[in-house]
Design a protein around this ligand. Sequence first.
Ligand code: GTP
Ligand code: MG
Length: 452
Amino acid sequence: DTRDPTSLRTPIVAVLGHVDHGKTSLLDKIRGSAVIEGEAGAITQHIGATAVPLDIISTIAGDLVDPDDFDLPGLLFIDTPGHHSFTTLRSRGGALADIAILVVDVNDGFQPQTLEALEILKRSETPFIVAANKIDTVPGWNVNEDSPINDTYESQSDRVRKRLDENLYEIIGNLSDEGFSADLYWRVQNFQRNVGVVPVSAMTGEGVPDLLTVMMGLSQRYMKEEMEIDVAGPGVGTVLEVKEEKGFGTTIDTVLYDGTIRADDTIVVGGMNKPIVTEVRALLQPRPLAEIRTESRFEKVDEVSAASGIKVAAPDLADAMAGAPVRVVRDRPLEDVVAEVEAELADIAVDTEEQGVVVKADTLGSLEAMADALDEAEVPIVRAEVGDIAPRDISVASTAEDSKQQAILGFNVDVLSDAEQRAEIDDVKLFTDEVIYQLIEEYEQHIEELER
Ligand code: GTP
Ligand code: MG
C-alpha cells in the first residue's frame, strides 16, 4: 500500500441487538444530550448513521474522557433495526463496522437476534462491547440522570444492586456459553480478548458516559492504523439500502469508509448481473432537524469524505444490491475499477450445486451468511440471490429431483403474491424468517416430517 496516510477517519460503530432492546433510543439519548449541552449542530445526522465528534463525546462523558488523549475525530454510529439484517455491514470481504455495540435488555436477556448478532460478530472478528440496557427498569431503581455507572450504582439499595448484578451475570454467563469471555467493563484489561459489559439506560442516560468512554478507548487503542486513510482519494463504500426516492428515482444509501465522493464523480456499483457504471447525479444528506419542514427532506452536498453515510442518486441503479461495493473512479482507468468491483463481488458469490434448495436474502452479506449456515447444515443450494421470492424462483425450485429440495428459504424478504400462488400449484415449500438459524430449523423440521 503506497497511499499517503493524510488523516485519521472516524471509526464506524455498528449498534446491534434484538428488536426493542433500545438501539435507536441509545443513539437518541446521545443526540439528546448534545442538544441539552447546546451542541445540537455539532452532531450530524447521516443517512443511516449519526456522527458524534470527539468534543461532544468528551462533554457527555464528563471526567471520563480527556480529548487530549485522543486523536480520532469521533465516532460514526450505524443504527441497524432489529428486523433488518446487519450482515449488510460488510466491506472488502470483511466487516464494515470497525467496532460494535451489542445492545441487550437487562431484563429480557439474550434473544434470537442477540445470538444471531453474536454469531456474525464472531465470524467477522469485530471487536465489540455489550450495552446492558434498561437498568432503570430494575424495580426500585433510583434514577441519577446521565451519571456514570459507578455513581448511580452507589446510590441504589442493596436489593436493587443485587437484582441488577444477577441480571448482569446472567448476560455474562450467556456470553460465555457462546464462547466469549466477558466481564463488567471496569474489570476488563484487554478488550480484544474479553468482552466488556457496560450497564446503561438509554432512557435516563445512566452509564452513557461510560459507554462512550469505552468505545473511544477501544477505537483509539486498537483501530488507529486502520483509520489512516487518504481522505482526498477516490471514495470506497458499501450499499446499505437501495431505495426509491421521490424526485430522484432509485438511490443507494451508502456508507463511505475510505476517500471522498463528489457530486460529479463516475462510480462503479455492484449490480445483480454485473457492475453498474454510472455518474453521480446528487449526493444527499438529511436536512438538520430545524429545517425538516422544508420541501425536500434532503440537502444536496458537493462532496463527502469517509467515514460517513450518504444517499447517492444516479441513473441505472435499479439492479444495485444491498451489501455491494461502491467505488469512485476519478483519475483511474475505468476497467481497473470495474475489475476491483467484480473481484469483490466474486468474493461474496455463493457456490451452487446442480441440485439443491433456492435461497433468497435481502442483502449480499445476509446471502453469504445463509450460505455458510446451510453449508454447515449440509443443505445444498441450487440458486442464491438477493431479492424477494418471485415466480421464477418457484420455477427453479419445482424442478428439483428430490422433493426435499423443492423448497425456497427466504431471509428478510417478501413473497411476491403471484409467487405464493405458483408455489401452491407447483408444490414448492416456502420458508421465510428474520433469524437465520430459525429459518434453517424450520426447513430441517420439514425434512424430518417428510422422512417420517
Ligand atoms: P428496533 O429498531 O425495532 O430493533 O428497536 P430498538 O432496539 O431500536 O429499540 P428502541 O430504541 O426503539 O426501544 C424500544 C422500546 O424500549 C421503546 O419503547 C423505548 O422507549 C424503550 N427503551 C429503550 N431503552 C430504554 C431504557 O433504557 N429504559 C427504559 N425504561 N426503556 C427503554
Ligand atoms: Mg431502532
